[in-house]
Design a protein around this ligand. Structure first.
Ligand code: NAD
Length: 415
């Protein structure tokens, strides 16, 4: 079996393809194709058995051209420097697509965090935070949750950073608990932003969203909220899945019933409808397919058989580049991850703004502002895709890279 492609190689290849289309100068290409900084830390953690184990922590800051770096922290054994660099570059493009004034960052701690006790988890997060504190800050780099890190980890990191600078500074990190400076509406933001994109897509198409049949792979945070908001806008959920199984029901699945069932049983299996496999789910006849679980689930093997008319990527990287080409040839529009799931980073931006203002917005204001940003971004990407006759992913990258390149040229003429 050939080795899986290196994530950083993929990120670079994508960048250079679009840089070529934009005719970017060689100097700009060289500059943007490397992170501005990559920090590697030794992170000692006192284990419950009294030993101290030293883990490796990484923070890559790909670009500061449009503002402080922004991006998550994942605590996982598979984290590597190359993966973190690639994810930080993708964050630069994602922030630029929705035009929030941030660059891209990403970080990770190489450890089996899930296996840690509660106290080890806190000590590991705080130890990493003490080292990170030297290179992050509300005007420098603002981390956020990612794989295996949630509001609690963010609160520990903000607390350590507060000790480092000598005063509380909630704006150093986003994804905090609401009672600790988090934003209302952050929990639903990714799925909600995706639904707002779909709403705008159908408006531009001149077709009602009512009755459009939706299939969602993955029923976690992004998938559940996408399902709930799409249903509230009139779409019909006909199939959902999680890691344990999938259910198909042509008459429609109640989203509130599905969320309740998942909460109670931990799975979607057992809901009314036909039990199918995850592979079958992707190939169902439907109007909108939302992959909201893993990367690389739409491949050259299944892309020729997909029957969805529109694919909207909640997950990061669910479509391989070769599958993308097949879908484009088949006339299936893909709203790419950098646009479709950017609702999360957009509300993180709102959280940072509220922290800096020390003034907190009501939830409906968060939703309204998110909706406007997602609609504007969708219009811009669609317009460019149609004007240049390119796939939406290419258009989103063109828009983003052009914005970042322009910021570099304007702000740092001698970068
Ligand atoms: P989550 O852990 O809450 O949910 C993931 C879901 O996928 C779970 O229901 C899980 O059972 C399911 N799943 C796992 N393996 C599966 C498989 N083989 N087949 C079908 N389902 C499977 O995660 P999430 O936060 O909802 O994130 C999902 C995706 O969206 C990830 O790619 C993530 O990077 C991306 N994303 C999330 C956010 C966010 O704010 N939550 C923001 C941007 C991107």
């Amino acid at each position: 079996m050939p080795d899986a492609p290196n994530t950083w190689d993929i990120a670079l290849r994508q960048f250079h393809e679009v840089a070529e289309l934009l005719a970017l100068s060689k100097d700009l290409r060289d500059y943007l194709s490397a992170p501005e900084a990559v920090h590697v830390f030794s992170v000692p953690v006192l284990r419950d058995d009294g030993t101290t184990h030293v883990f490796t922590g990484i923070r890559s800051q790909h670009s500061f051209a449009r503002g402080p770096a922004k991006g998550g922290l994942r605590f996982h054994p598979d984290v590597s420097i190359d993966e973190v660099k690639a994810l930080s570059m993708w964050m630069t493009w994602k922030c630029a697509v929705v035009n929030v004034p941030f660059g891209g960052g990403k970080g990770g701690l190489i450890c089996d965090y899930k296996s840690f006790s509660k106290r080890e988890k806190e000590r590991a997060a705080r130890s990493f935070a003490r080292r990170l504190s030297r290179v992050i800050g509300p005007d420098i780099d603002i981390p956020a949750p990612d794989v295996n890190t949630g509001p609690e980890v963010m609160a520990w990191i903000a607390d350590e950073y507060g000790h480092f600078v000598g005063h509380p500074e909630p704006a150093v990190i986003t994804g905090k608990p609401v009672e600790f400076g988090g934003s209302k509406g952050r929990d639903s933001a990714t799925g909600r932003g995706l639904a707002y994109c779909v709403e705008r897509y159908f408006e531009n198409l001149g077709k009602p969203l009512e009755g459009q049949r939706v299939v969602i792979q993955g029923f976690g945070n992004a998938g559940q909220w996408a399902a709930r908001i799409l249903a509230s806008l009139g779409a019909t959920l006909i199939a959902i899945s999680d890691s344990r199984g999938a259910v198909h029901c042509t008459e429609g699945i109640s989203t509130s019933g599905a969320v309740k069932h998942k909460l109670e049983t931990g799975e979607v299996a057992g809901l009314p409808g036909d039990a199918i496999s995850n592979a079958e789910l992707l190939e169902l006849e439907c109007d909108i397919l939302v992959p909201a679980a893993l990367e690389s689930v739409i491949t050259v093997d299944n892309a020729p058989r997909l029957k969805a008319k529109l694919i909207v990527e909640a997950a990061n990287g669910p479509t391989t580049p070769d599958a993308d080409r097949i879908l484009h040839e088949r006339g299936i529009t893909v709203i790419p991850d950098v646009l479709a799931n950017a609702g999360g980073v957009t509300v993180s931006y709102f959280e940072w703004v509220q922290n800096r203002q020390r003034y907190y917005w009501p939830e409906d204001k968060v939703h309204d502002r998110l909706r406007q940003i997602m609609r504007d971004a969708l219009d811009e990407v669609q317009h460019l895709a149609e004007e240049k006759q390119v796939p939406w992913r290419t258009a989103a990258y063109m828009l983003a890279i052009k914005r970042v390149a322009h910021a570099v040229e304007v702000n740092h003429p001698n970068f």
